[in-house]
Design a protein around this ligand. Structure first.
Ligand code: ARG
Length: 263
């Protein structure tokens, strides 16, 4: 994760960002600290990468790479505003002894690559390119499933789809998604692969409910996604709501702030 000391909205590269709307820096920092505290209380280890001066979106660490085991597929940001982040995340991962293969096509890490035990779900349409899906599959030894995003409000896969259980434990893989964010053929793919998935409404998705981090039991999600939290509870999960609304001003929430180091 990356402390949001540089976090601001100074440009607009997604429909949520409005540079005329101020960010409360102290509040953002407190909210981010509470997310870190929530992870630690659940027993997860949190490492932090040093923020680069003048990179307001680096707090969204999910975008920094796709990491599985000791190998990572690096990022190559779609917009020049974020380009400098890629090397910073790569250098940090190398310091943790992760081998980083740089992307030669637009690729935004876990914003568009979601890792399950048997497959990586890969989003395209706004940020990560199709060519990056092919390239990433040569680096990460798992089948990749391309999913096409069609609604600009859901410009990254991790705002349209949340992994509830990656299927590496006893339970089968389980996901939640908002069908309207996907093209018709991608909806069909998701229906085929995950017939029992939790389908969420546009409102739940607009509350960034799908931008969640789950360990297969505890699901950390933004507190605004109340309906989704109730439905997760009914499904046997433990929803852990957190207050993270300062980051919504930049089009991000729980998952965006979190790069998971997958085993
Ligand atoms: N302002 C950032 C951008 O548009 C938000 C990134 C959110 N990250 C994510 N994983 N969805 O790039």
């Amino acid at each position: 994760m990356c402390r949001p000391t540089e976090f601001r909205v100074t440009y607009a590269i997604n429909p949520w960002m409005d540079p005329t709307r101020p960010v409360d820096g102290a509040r953002a920092l407190a909210q981010w600290e509470s997310l870190v505290a929530a992870y630690r209380a659940l027993g997860h280890a949190v490492d932090v990468v040093e923020p680069l001066p003048g990179q307001p979106d680096m707090v969204f660490a999910a975008n920094g790479a796709l990491v599985v085991g000791d190998v990572a597929y690096g990022s190559s940001f779609r917009f020049p505003e974020r380009a400098a982040e890629a090397d910073a995340f790569a250098a940090w991962l190398r310091s943790l002894h992760v081998e980083v293969v740089p992307a030669t096509h637009p690729a935004e890490g876990e914003g568009d690559f979601l890792v399950l035990g048997h497959v990586v779900l890969a989003g395209t349409g706004f940020r990560t390119s199709l060519a990056a899906h092919v390239e990433a599959a040569t680096v990460i030894d798992r089948p990749f499933v391309t999913l096409e995003l069609v609604d600009p409000s859901f410009y990254h896969l991790d705002v349209a789809l949340g992994v509830l259980d990656d299927g590496r434990g006893e339970a089968p893989a389980d996901i939640a998604y908002y069908p309207g964010a996907f093209s018709l053929h991608s909806r069909r793919t998701l229906r085929e692969l995950f017939p029992d998935a939790l389908l969420v409404t546009r409102d739940e998705a607009l509350a960034f409910g799908l931008n969640l981090v789950s360990d297969g039991l505890n699901v950390v999600l933004p507190q605004e996604a109340r309906t989704l939290a109730d439905r997760l509870h009914q499904r046997g999960y433990r929803p852990m709501p957190v207050e993270l609304d300062e980051f919504l001003k930049s089009g991000g929430s729980v998952k965006c702030c979190t790069m998971e180091l997958h085993a």
